[in-house]
Design a binder for this molecule. Sequence first.
Ligand SMILES: C[S@@+](CC[C@H](N)C(=O)[O-])C[C@H]1O[C@@H](n2cnc3c(N)ncnc32)[C@H](O)[C@@H]1O
Length: 220
Amino acid sequence: MSTGTIGLRNGAEMSRCNAMLCRLRRLINRLRGYDYARGEVLMPSARRIKMFRDNLTVGPRVLDMGTGSGVLAKLALEKGAAEVVAADVNPAAVEAARQTVPGARVVLSNLFEKIEGRFDTIIFAAPWSEGTIARPFHHAIFEDGVTGRFLKDARGHLTETGRVWVQYSDASAANFSLFLGWIKEHGYAIQREWTLKDWDLFERKKATICLYKLAPGNVK
Ligand SMILES: C[S@@+](CC[C@H](N)C(=O)[O-])C[C@H]1O[C@@H](n2cnc3c(N)ncnc32)[C@H](O)[C@@H]1O
């Protein structure tokens, strides 16, 4: 057997091993309940979604901004929404959400660019880490001011009694303080707040994940 063949065989074995390791890592993360990536799409942690499952209330028309895998759009339908629109800037997420939740209208949109009309409930599980967006998946992780832009534009898409639900984390202290500033700057009142301590897979540390129910203006 020539050295070239051995090299090729070792190469193939190495990539099989790598693929197995990747699958194993994904499985361990899933068992631990962490957020993790499948291709370019963020797969949500069970604990993070449980926060929404336990607390989210929806009106008839719901927008799930940054739908990712579509998990929250699906939850909104389960909770009785009559109509769910789901949006994401990442084409792979749009594809995944269409599979997860055929009952929703899934739109490729940079925030509200392609979104029309008003909603009783607008949800955004926002990205919260510091970093540069270099590939589609990074939109799920790195905050580039997107939550501030979201909060600004969401006001124009709420019905009179509409509410915004945002999930964020203090994993990056700098971003968390910006986030709290945006809530004030764009004139929202915090109606309810829930927190949980969780391991942040990407920051590699424990952080507090928060879920906020926001009302526009000074509504209490
Ligand atoms: C933290 S992930 C949440 C995904 C999913 N909603 C969940 O809870 O698992 C944030 C999502 O927002 C999307 N996103 C980020 N920036 C966006 C933008 N400008 N317009 C639309 N979606 C955006 C990302 O692609 C990602 O799917």
